[in-house]
Design a protein around this ligand. Structure first.
Ligand SMILES: Nc1ncnc2c1ncn2[C@@H]1O[C@H](COP(=O)(O)OP(=O)(O)O)[C@@H](O)[C@H]1O
Ligand SMILES: [Mg+2]
Length: 325
């Protein structure tokens, strides 16, 4: 049985726009004008236990709306959802016990409490038994290295520490499924590494199923075995990551600063898409030439002052895919 099964899911939002009467007796009065917008427009997929799935798409694609329905926060307009065999709409409590949720831009910790006290409070709220709590705290403290800041008030935590705290909070009740909405947003490289390591560890040791939304292609490449790509409320791609990633990230940019003007700056496998004084932008396809090869070639013939490779983020990559299809 799949852990998550979604069939023909639809969510319509009613948007109320107020129009002002323009004439006569109606002048100055407001008339509500309602329109329906489909945030999710007929989505189906199923996810097996132990999968780490990237649920990605441009802004406004319907990712958060889907996750809110899966976690029982929003009611679908149409379609069915089963999480561990249960409908979140019919039995939200049963489903919530199976789920851990982290929204990168929000926290479920308590600003005024120390991190450890936040966990104690969540234990009581979620009625987690002593043994489960103790066992989980031990593992989570170790994997997320919480001991360095377990006695720090939540408001004083760095963003990376807070995110580690939030991941721990989501895992305290031993969920089967973890929903992560932008878990690495705004974090430095080291904090990202810690969080990715944690997700992999929980997946490997506990078989936890993970659904992840992110803008970070490195998250996707390092973590996900499968991608579901959504756009305009519909699934547009669903498959193994190796098949999709090449499609998603065909193009990268190398930015080169020269020491002095040069005549012959062309390269056979890269296209110069912009030039500004001594700065050149080379666009190249990962499948044709690697960044290292391109840099080696160019530095042989050009006096290079400085260079950097620009990786596209998910949104750039997806935009690129849809611009060409
Ligand atoms: N509360 C809401 N009221 C009206 N429209 C909404 C609401 N939430 C989301 N939408 C619309 O639904 C679509 C999908 O939004 P969302 O699920 O937040 O996308 P994503 O998370 O992929 O950026 C967008 O067009 C958005 O404007
Ligand atoms: Mg969103």
């Amino acid at each position: 049985m799949p852990v998550i099964e979604v069939t023909d899911l639809v969510k319509e939002y009613v948007i109320v726009k107020k129009e002002r009467g323009l004439r006569g007796a109606l002048k100055g009065l407001f008339f509500p004008e309602k329109t329906n917008v489909r945030g999710v427009d007929g989505i189906s997929f199923s996810i097996e236990r132990g999968e780490i799935v990237g649920y990605i798409g441009p802004n406004g694609a319907g990712k958060s709306t889907t996750i809110k329905m899966l976690t029982g926060i929003l009611h679908p307009t149409d379609g069915t959802i089963r999480v561990c065999g249960v409908s979140p709409q019919a039995d939200r409590k049963a489903v919530v016990r199976k789920l851990g949720v982290v929204f990168g831009q929000r926290t479920q910790l308590y600003w005024d409490l120390r991190l450890g006290e936040s966990f104690e409070l969540l234990k009581r709220i979620y009625q987690i038994d002593d043994q489960t709590f103790e066992d989980n705290m031990k593992v989570l403290t170790e994997v997320l290295r919480l001991d360095q800041f377990i006695d720090t008030p939540v408001r004083q935590l760095s963003l990376g520490q807070r995110m580690r705290g939030d991941l721990a909070a989501a895992m305290l009740h031993s969920p089967d499924v973890l929903f992560l909405d932008e878990p690495t947003i705004g974090l430095d490289a080291e904090a990202k590494r810690a969080i990715r390591g944690f997700i992999q560890e929980m997946n490997r040791t506990r078989g936890i199923t993970v659904i992840l939304t992110t803008h970070d292609l490195d998250d996707v490449e390092e973590l996900c075995s499968r991608l579901i790509i959504v756009n305009h409320g519909k699934v547009v791609e669903d498959g193994p990551i190796d098949e999709l990633i090449g499609k998603l990230t065909p193009k990268r940019l190398l930015v080169v600063d020269l020491q002095r003007p040069c005549a012959d700056v062309e390269h056979a496998s890269a296209q110069i898409i912009k030039q500004d004084g001594l700065r050149l932008w080379y666009q190249f396809e990962k499948a044709r030439i690697t960044a290292a090869e391109l840099i080696a070639d160019l530095s042989q013939k050009l006096p290079i002052q400085d260079l950097s490779v620009q990786e596209p983020d998910i949104e750039d990559a997806i935009r690129e895919v849809y611009a060409t299809t």
